[in-house]
Write a protein that binds this ligand. Structure first.
Ligand SMILES: NC(=O)c1ccc[n+]([C@@H]2O[C@H](COP(=O)([O-])OP(=O)(O)OC[C@H]3O[C@@H](n4cnc5c(N)ncnc54)[C@H](O)[C@@H]3O)[C@@H](O)[C@H]2O)c1
Length: 460
């Protein structure tokens, strides 16, 4: 099949490359000329495991091409995907649909013959109706059918997710369009991936409901974590005890610095706004965003609490900038609010991330970027683990202890065991595991002061 993909970002590029790998011929469009030039030179503009090879293979086999011209991708295509961004609209939190509508107008201008226009972008319920209207207005009598096919892939595991999805949701009410969509995903029917056909509005809302539910799960366990710290319980164990219940499930029950990324925060905000417009306030989600928004800065207070005199003049090393491991995406990453809060408290911040530093540089000021974990930790007064990259899970603790001016670690992802940290002589704080549950005969405060003393008398 011939397919067009409008928008060559995280979703468009990965979907385009995977669809080409299914055997379709895909032309990916982006209006950022620099991105298309880079792709045409064989350079992949984002970090996503496996993507380089997948793109190279499908370009070489002439199934995948890139252009800045929408018309080139629409001409001769049986289906055209819209995979442009839908960020939060400045000021009010609604989804900004200007890119979607612009893409719809550009597609309409290039349409010839029957074409299925498939919205993959996450869009509020009713957007498909508007896209259909825009196209009909620009092409009266044109034969375009608009379908909703929200994407559920996770950055960092995106190729796997696209090729082995839990389900595919398709919203449409046109039999010809249904046949086209079924043909696009036919390679997945061999592995019996469930395809849920529904009406367009239901499909649009399903995507938001799924993301909002996952964000709620994270926020729920984060609040339980705060309670664990107060009452001397261990949130990891609580989450395990909950997650083993099949009705609950263990995923998205990891306490941490709050959810971030390019989807959850904006999608929860947009869903709340849609619901308010329909006079159906979603109170649970309103609480979720409020709790999550304050949490990221609260993590900076956790760091500050390790020092009796606060953070002024201290150097804090932050490991992890991307919102999760295996991606360079730092959009709304918890690290951003955390770092700004640390700076507001007077700390100097140094940071290291295996893939996210270039993006973070466009979003943060006055941060010194390190070449490695150990370069980052060298001479630092505290080390904060903000993202659980694999390479942060087995740090050389002895070397770290020697390098740091003050052996203080704040592990916002709970990837270390408190006993291990105290064995290496670190003052250690984490999320939802109270000092009382792990400090031997000492309190965290005493460990911190011990750490401080070590800087003055290293042999202590
Ligand atoms: N990133 C994810 O993990 C993910 C997962 C599921 C769904 N989504 C949804 O998919 C959509 C895209 O997200 P993303 O992260 O890929 O965004 P992105 O910002 O990475 O990419 C969007 C791309 O579209 C391009 N673009 C915008 N208007 C265009 C136009 N008229 N013609 C051609 N190109 C145009 C932009 O230049 C940009 O490169 C969003 O609605 C998002 O919510 C994202």
């Amino acid at each position: 099949m011939r397919l067009g993909m409008i928008g060559t970002g995280y979703v468009g590029l990965i979907s385009g490359a995977c669809l080409a790998d299914f055997g379709h011929h895909v032309i990916c469009v982006d209006k950022q000329a620099a991105k298309i030039e880079a792709l045409s030179r064989g350079e992949i503009p984002i970090y996503e495991p496996g993507l380089n090879d997948l793109v190279r293979k499908n370009v070489e086999e002439a199934r995948l091409a890139f252009t800045t011209e929408v018309a080139e991708a629409v001409r001769g295509a049986e289906a055209v995907f819209i995979a442009v961004g839908t960020p939060s609209r400045r000021g009010d939190g609604h989804a900004d649909l200007s890119y979607v509508y612009e893409a719809a107008r550009e597609i309409a201008a290039a349409l010839k013959g029957f074409t299925v226009v498939i919205t993959k972008s996450t869009v509020p319920v009713g957007t498909g109706d508007e896209v259909q209207r825009i196209i009909a207005e620009a092409r009266p009598g044109g034969e375009a059918v608009v379908v909703s096919n929200p994407e559920f892939l996770r950055e960092g595991a995106a190729i796997h997710d696209f090729k082995h999805p839990d389900r595919i949701v398709v919203g449409l009410d046109d039999e010809r369009a249904r046949k086209v969509v079924a043909e696009i995903y036919r390679p997945l029917s061999l592995s019996q991936v469930p395809i849920l056909y529904t009406d367009r509005r239901t499909a649009e809302l399903t995507k938001y409901a799924a993301n909002a539910f996952l964000a709620t799960k994270i926020t729920f366990i984060n609040e339980i974590a705060d309670l664990c710290e107060k009452v001397g319980a261990d949130v990891n164990e609580v989450a395990r005890g909950m997650g083993l219940d099949n009705r609950i499930g263990s995923k998205f029950l990891h306490a941490g610095p709050g959810f971030g990324g390019s989807c959850f925060p904006k999608d929860v905000r947009a869903l709340i706004k849609t619901a308010q417009d329909h006079e159906i306030p979603l109170r649970v989600l309103e609480a979720v965003t409020a709790v999550n928004d304050t949490r990221k800065r609260a993590m900076a207070r956790k760091v500050s609490a390790m020092f009796a005199g606060g953070l002024r003049g201290k150097t804090v090393a932050v490991l992890g900038l991307s919102f999760k491991p295996n991606t360079d995406d730092t959009r709304e990453a918890p690290s951003l609010a955390l770092i700004t809060a640390l700076q507001d408290m007077g700390a100097r911040v140094r940071a290291f991330d295996p893939a996210g530093m270039e993006q973070a540089k466009t979003m943060l000021n006055d941060v010194a970027y390190a070449e490695s974990v150990y370069d980052c930790a060298d001479g630092a007064d505290a080390l904060v683990i903000a993202t659980e990259w694999e390479q942060f899970r087995a740090l050389d603790l002895e070397r770290l202890h020697d390098l740091m001016a003050c052996p203080v670690i704040v592990d916002l992802r709970n990837i270390y065991r408190p006993e291990e940290m105290s064995r290496y002589g670190f003052a250690y704080a984490c999320v939802g595991r109270s000092p009382a549950t792990f400090a031997e005969d000492t309190s965290l405060g005493r460990l911190a002061s011990l750490a401080r003393m070590r800087t003055l008398a290293p042999n202590l």
